[in-house]
Write a protein that binds this ligand. Structure first.
Ligand code: GRF
Length: 205
């Protein structure tokens, strides 16, 4: 059983897709916690309606670091094996990353390394993609390291956007990909089918 914790900041549609996916595959993944920096995040309601414990990262600057320390302790005590950032809009502190090296993954709504980095989240990404008249975009799942969106890429899936009329259309196409690629990667991690060799990630199907 792979024990995971999911970090969210907003509506939680990626969280929802993870919950639904693993309802069908009960015996391989258990969602131990849902964590947010935003007490209004709709994803917290999704967690509660699925009886998943939640944890709030304090928004108070002085308390935030302490929050992450307390959380790290909780996650370790609950044998959490993998941390999934699913629309989490805050930078994870280096000290927290050190405690979970190569155990944190993130979903990014573009084909990294393009359209990644600070400020590239949500609709900003799709607007930048649209403004460049890009023809193909997609979603990326990658390991999280100490530089925004720069960890090793685990999986990507592309979609043709030649005929879109606006950024919202791109967002819709990419979100559909996110909802399948993220649970897929989590399931491959649960099945120990992710191999890192020569600084590249391979998935044994
Ligand atoms: C998704 O587009 C994700 O790629 C990005 O933020 C959005 C979160 O959506 N990081 P949701 O909260 O999972 O619905």
């Amino acid at each position: 059983m792979l024990n995971i914790a999911v970090f969210i900041s907003g509506r939680g549609s990626n969280l929802s897709s993870i919950i639904e996916y693993f309802k069908e595959n009960l015996n391989i993944v258990s969602i131990k916690y849902v964590i947010s920096n935003n007490k209004e995040a709709y994803g917290l309601k999704i967690a509660k309606s699925n009886n998943i414990p939640t944890f709030l990262i304090s928004p108070d600057k002085l308390e935030t670091e302490k929050s992450y320390d307390i959380l790290a302790e909780k996650l370790k005590n609950n044998d959490v094996d993998l941390i999934v950032l699913a629309g989490y809009l805050k930078k994870i502190p280096d000290s927290f990353i050190d405690k979970f090296e190569n155990k944190i993954i993130n979903i990014h709504p573009a084909l990294l390394p393009s359209f990644g980095g600070k400020g590239m989240y949500g609709l900003n990404v799709h607007q930048a993609v649209f403004n460049k008249s890009v023809k193909v975009t997609g979603a990326s799942v990658h390991f999280v390291n100490k530089v925004y969106d720069e960890g090793l890429i685990i999986a990507q899936q592309a979609v043709d956007i030649s005929d879109v009329e606006n950024a919202e259309e791109i967002a819709e196409k990419v979100l559909k990909i996110e909802h399948t690629i993220l649970p897929y990667v989590i399931s491959k991690i649960a099945e120990h089918k992710i191999i890192i060799k020569n600084n590249r990630v391979y998935i044994n199907e």
